[in-house]
Design a binder for this molecule. Structure first.
Ligand SMILES: [Zn+2]
Length: 415
């Protein structure tokens, strides 16, 4: 049986945000701006779950460790549904090349980009990969993140892809973070297969997928369906094979072009289609008629200085959105979901209440944890953060660049 520490009561909460006592319903259109809250609250955590909350003046809890929120806010921890935090080394040299004028695509064509990360990963052993990924994850937790999806995709060989997925599995076992693993063998075409792409794709299908499924190393399957990467037909081929092993798709689509990635994702019942810097009303219509979740990654737009996804137009069209960090060494070397909220507000004209839901309540559905995480209700897993210096959720994106999270509690444990 899991041993929980002494129960916790958070007192003197100025405002408790993210309350939800109704059955889960992914927020679309105008509903995305609705955040329920209550002022002057206490929150009681027992055996890793939210046990009670209510007016702080009449708090009945006696035997528990008391944390004083000092009149600040308490909210659910973030759910970061798209990351690549297992990587061997930074790519700061490419950062400088871009400052000097090279584009992301030019760097990729010259052996940089994902292939650069793959080369570095091949030469790094599993223990070192684990240590650096764990350090990144710890930092994210201190910034209020409590659940993450992590992708492979810097292996690009059977051995190295498995090595990455083993690291993700270890992170899941050794931390209080809820982690979902995504197999992204189709992140790029490795150089030796450039002339015979199909040979690499059959390696994914006949070698990688069976092993990964047999050892339960992944929850989802991803393909980078975009200009210069995988075609719509190749994406369909890989997703069809993954479905036979029960791996649902979560795919990279429409970052560099209107690639057809959204449509092929929907056709294969993708849980989410991520990036979407390039979309047209045709994609919005297709998404609105499906259960596939549109996920925008504004950190990539910021760091690569490319267009932002049209979040405002998509929400006004009636869609629901998720925002994620895309933390990775090439296009987004950052995992602060506070900052992702700032980018959503400043560059994509989202309201702070919308970015709040897109990183908590809605995000839960994009990695299928909506029954336990992403909102405050009795019986939910106790994943909450205390922001003592913040008095309302508008101030989170407003004070961009800071980390307002003072305490992160995951599964009822102070981190
Ligand atoms: Zn990504």
């Amino acid at each position: 049986m899991i041993q929980y520490p002494k129960n916790i009561v958070i007192r003197n909460i100025g405002t408790l945000y993210g309350l939800s006592q109704e059955p889960y319903s992914f927020k679309r259109g105008k509903a995305l701006a609705v955040v329920q809250s209550a002022s002057n609250q206490y929150l009681y955590i027992k055996d890793g779950k939210i046990a009670k909350f209510g007016n702080d003046d009449s708090c009945p809890i006696q035997d528990a460790k008391v944390i004083d929120a000092e009149g600040g806010i308490v909210m659910p921890t973030y759910i970061d549904t798209h990351t690549h935090i297992v990587f061997a080394a930074s790519r700061d040299e490419e950062f400088v090349m871009r400052i000097e004028g090279a584009s992301y695509e030019e760097i990729a064509k010259n052996g940089g980009g994902i292939l650069n990360s793959a080369k570095k990963l091949r030469d790094t052993d599993q223990a070192d990969l684990y240590a650096s990924a764990k350090a990144r994850l710890d930092q994210m937790v201190q910034m209020g993140t409590g659940a993450v999806e992590i992708k492979s995709g810097y292996g690009l060989s059977t051995e190295s892809e498995i090595k990455m997925l083993e690291v993700i599995k270890e992170l899941n076992l050794n931390t209080d973070v809820d982690i979902k693993a995504t197999f992204l063998g189709a992140h790029a075409i490795p150089t030796p297969y450039k002339a015979d792409r199909q040979q690499y794709i059959s390696k994914i299908i006949n070698e990688m997928l069976p092993h990964i499924a047999k050892h339960s190393l992944a929850d989802y399957c991803d393909v980078f369906c975009d200009k210069g990467f995988y075609t719509v037909e190749e994406t369909a081929q890989i997703l069809t094979a993954a479905a036979e092993y029960g791996l649902k798709p979560k795919i990279h689509a429409n970052e560099l072009d209107v690639s057809g990635g959204v449509q092929v994702g929907i056709q294969h019942s993708a849980l989410s289609v991520d990036h979407l810097e390039c979309t047209t009303p045709e994609e919005w219509k297709a998404l609105s008629e499906s259960s596939t979740i549109p996920t925008l990654l504004p950190g990539t737009s910021f760091f690569l200085k490319i267009a932002y996804g049209e979040a405002r137009q998509m929400i006004d069209y009636g869609l629901g959105l998720v925002l994620a960090s895309d933390f990775n060494p090439g296009s987004t070397p950052a995992g602060s979901m506070h900052f992702i909220q700032s980018l959503g507000c400043i560059y994509m004209q989202m309201l702070p209440s919308e970015t709040f839901n897109a990183t908590t309540y809605n995000a839960a559905a994009a990695i299928e944890v909506e029954d336990t995480l992403g909102r405050i209700d009795i019986g939910m897993q106790a994943n909450v953060q205390i922001l003592k210096s913040v008095t309302n959720i508008n101030q989170i994106p407003y004070y961009y660049g800071s980390n307002p999270t003072d305490v992160t509690i995951l599964r009822g444990k102070i981190q």
